[in-house]
Design a protein around this ligand. Structure first.
Ligand code: BES
Ligand code: ZN
Length: 473
């Protein structure tokens, strides 16, 4: 973003914070937001590769249990000034305003995998915004296993000799192997003879079964490494869900097919090197609190994205709605203590939300009246609602009153986002999203595809649900 537009966005965001910041009781209000937007890295060129959804479903990355000891406890912040707010009507939820946050997070900062520098910048941005609204906000850190892909290379020997561009499959172990290439079909039992792949590098076509199943089936037969070639033009980015037993990379359909045909005719040797591995890094939720009563409501969405995608709908959209709700609710009296949360490490197993509920004692859990999760709320035709029966019963009529009927969540998504961590410990939770996003987990999940009107719908729905909850019971 050019400097002028960037400052304009910052100015808008600061101005937007003013109604609350100027309220008499907002003593610590209008801190200058962290200059995150001014120090943002140039967005990385959107990779030509697609983050693949495996057949039949995308694999789930490793979910490591965070070690509780490394966590700084979330400080109990003093109440933000809410006693003499501006009239409620003066601060309305604005989808356009929320969209500005999507632009900063997805366009300026870009892909935000948990543990990455970009995610650190995104957290500083969210922290700065919440503090500028007068909230006591802080990071809630926790350790994660971060998969660091430092690149892979495939060198083909003999007459075919050259270097081919590969993409490391996430959770491939690092290593260098040399051997003959062998065609292993689609990698299913029966597609290849175990004797033929033992001690060789298996060339496997994409499709029919998961990447991890292909890799493990050739590994069980003694293959040294697996190269999976695409079943559509170009290369792809894939995920093995857990650390595989042999190095594994992706290759383009064109190069894969040429190689497969060649190795059926003649012997071809290759050298594959994968420079990658797991390292412990620190992830963090961003948490802001508005104290108002003994019972609380958590409003959150995840800020992290999968690698290789700007994560605009998934889930700068939900984070942006959370931030805009924080702006609107700062100026309104609320019967509940509110916690605004940008979760980290959702994409590697709901780790941030799991950590947060793990840190809550039983009294705090039972005093949490509801959790509202916003994940993928900016793209798609059909608003969807999931979670606790009691909360969805409240939410469906509110959705209809906004002019767009919501549909129930497909069962397969019950555990797909951070509300699941709250439900698991008995906290009522509501999941708001919109289906279908054709660019889910792909480099095409870009800011310009996010609709301000959809963000506004999600925000108004969340506000309606909060109102309908009334006071503590
Ligand atoms: N935002 C998605 C979940 C989602 C997908 C919501 C489609 C609405 C429509 C979330 O970030 C995600 O990708 N979740 C993983 C599971 C998680 C436990 C790693 C998934 O669904 O594969
Ligand atoms: Zn998501």
């Amino acid at each position: 973003m050019p400097e002028i537009r960037r400052s304009f966005v910052n100015l808008l965001l600061v101005l937007a914070a003013l109604p609350f910041a100027c309220a008499p009781a907002a003593t610590s209000a209008l801190q200058t937001p962290q200059p995150a937007a001014a120090t943002l890295a140039t967005p990385t060129d959107a990779a030509a590769t697609r983050v693949a959804t495996e057949t039949p479903a995308s694999g789930l990355p490793v979910a490591t249990e965070p070690a509780a000891s490394a966590a700084a406890p979330l400080a109990q912040a003093p109440a933000v000034g809410v006693d003499q707010p501006s009239p409620a009507s003066s601060v309305e939820f604005s989808g356009l305003h929320a969209k500005l946050h999507v632009d900063v997070l997805a366009r300026e900062i870009g892909s935000r995998p948990a543990g990455s520098d970009a995610q650190g910048r995104a957290q500083q941005y969210v922290l700065g915004q919440l503090r500028a609204l007068g909230y006591e906000a802080q990071l809630q850190p926790f350790p994660i296993a971060y998969y660091d892909d430092r690149g892979s290379a495939l060198t083909i020997g003999g007459a075919f000799g050259r270097e081919l561009g590969t993409s490391t499959l996430i959770y491939s172990p690092g290593g260098v192997v040399e051997g003959e290439l062998v065609d292993a079909g689609l990698g299913r039992i029966g597609d290849f003879s175990p004797d033929a792949v033992r001690g060789k590098i298996a060339l496997v076509g994409r499709g029919a079964i998961r990447f991890s199943e292909k890799v493990e089936s050739v590994a069980a037969a003694g293959a040294l490494a697996a190269i999976i070639y695409n079943n559509q033009p170009g290369n792809f980015a894939g995920n093995l869900a857990t650390i595989a037993s042999i190095p594994a990379v992706g290759l383009s359909e064109e190069e894969g097919q040429t190689l497969a045909q060649t190795v059926r005719r003649e012997s071809v040797t290759a050298r594959l090197s994968v420079d990658a591995g797991l390292e412990q890094r620190t992830a963090a939720n961003v948490v802001a609190t508005k104290h108002s009563g003994a019972q609380s409501v958590v409003i959150g969405g995840h800020l992290d994205s999968v690698p290789g995608t700007p994560g605009a709908n998934d889930n700068a959209s939900g984070t942006a709605v959370m931030l805009e709700l924080a702006r609107v609710l700062a100026a309104r009296p609320t019967p509940y203590t509110l916690r605004f949360v940008a979760f980290d490490a959702e994409e590697i197993g709901l780790l941030g939300s799991a950590f947060m509920v793990g840190e809550m004692g039983e009294p705090e859990r039972s005093a949490t009246r509801a959790m509202i999760n916003l994940d993928m709320v900016g793209v798609g035709d059909a608003p969807r609602l999931g979670g606790s029966d009691e909360l969805t019963r409240v939410a469906f009529p509110i959705a209809a009153s906004l002019g767009e009927e919501a549909r129930p969540l497909g069962d397969s998504l019950n555990g797909a986002s951070d509300h699941a961590s709250f439900l698991r410990v008995g906290i009522p939770a509501l999941f708001l999203y919109r289906s279908e996003d054709p660019n889910y987990h792909s480099p095409a999940d870009r800011a310009e595809l996010v609709h301000p009107a959809h963000l506004e719908y999600a925000g108004r729905l969340a506000l309606g649900v909060l109102d309908a909850l009334g006071g503590p019971r």
